[in-house]
Ligand binder design. Structure first.
Ligand code: ADP
Ligand code: 5GP
Length: 200
């Protein structure tokens, strides 16, 4: 039996602190068919972050240049900083049959869902707003006013969750990861991207 596959574009979105990064890291460690689309951002690098692994950290001028060159699949201002997905991180890999994972905000996810309707969109929810607050404080990567800004944005983002194909409440991490794995397993067999050729 011969089979060919087109790459899956998996879009993970949700409010800051919901656990997107945690789930994304697990999936990348477990499933080598996925690669991560490294976004560009104008925000400052955090201590634990690695250049060109977590983000391409660039200046405002460099960002403007990329905009001019039409280099973005999508781009958005998020919590006061600019972020964008480069086309070059996505399309060539998908053509080669590789699955590509995007961790992007709901504005960017909306653009990708419009441009690439066969993408697999997954929205990650925290079990409660109280948990979201605790997680952002525990992560301790932003200043209190930045955390407040992210919490203020969360309600508007969550109000749009019905735009996504799948929803996961990340309360128990193992359960949430099982649910994400089940979505991925099923979507690999979706006839939009899976082309088996059976023998005579
Ligand atoms: P996001 O990428 O959505 O901003 P993170 O993956 O950075 O969120 O998670 C925010 C914080 O919450 C991190 O400190 C992470 O370890 C923690 N976290 C993630 N999932 C859970 C969970 N199911 N239960 C408790 N804490 C979690
Ligand atoms: P953080 O600054 O915490 O890494 O990310 C803040 C938000 O920006 C998160 O919701 C994250 O998903 C989103 N984000 C990261 N990269 C991109 C991107 O390329 N495009 C868009 N639209 N959002 C992004």
């Amino acid at each position: 039996m011969k089979e060919t596959r087109k790459g899956m574009l998996l879009v993970i979105s949700g409010p800051s602190g919901a656990g997107k990064g945690t789930l994304v890291e697990r999936l990348l460690n477990k499933d080598p068919s996925f690669c991560f689309s490294v976004s560009v951002t104008t925000r400052e690098k955090r201590k634990n972050e690695i250049e060109d692994v977590h983000y391409h950290f660039i200046s405002e001028a460099e960002y403007d240049k990329l905009l001019e060159q039409d280099a973005f699949l999508e781009h958005a201002s998020v919590h006061g900083h600019r972020y964008g997905t480069l086309k070059s991180e996505v399309y060539e890999r998908m053509e080669r049959g590789q699955n590509v994972l995007l961790d992007i905000d709901p504005q960017g996810a909306r653009t990708v869902m419009e441009k690439e309707p066969s993408c697999v969109s997954v929205f990650i929810l925290p079990p409660s707003y109280a948990d979201l607050k605790v997680r952002l404080h525990t992560r301790n990567t932003e200043k209190p006013e930045e955390i407040q800004r992210r919490l203020n944005n969360a309600r508007g983002e969550i109000a749009q969750m019905n735009r996504y194909r799948y929803l996961i409440v990340n309360d128990d991490l193992d359960l949430a990861f099982d649910q994400l794995s089940a979505i991925v397993r099923a979507e690999k067999q979706n006839s939009v991207r899976y082309f088996p050729e059976i023998g005579e």
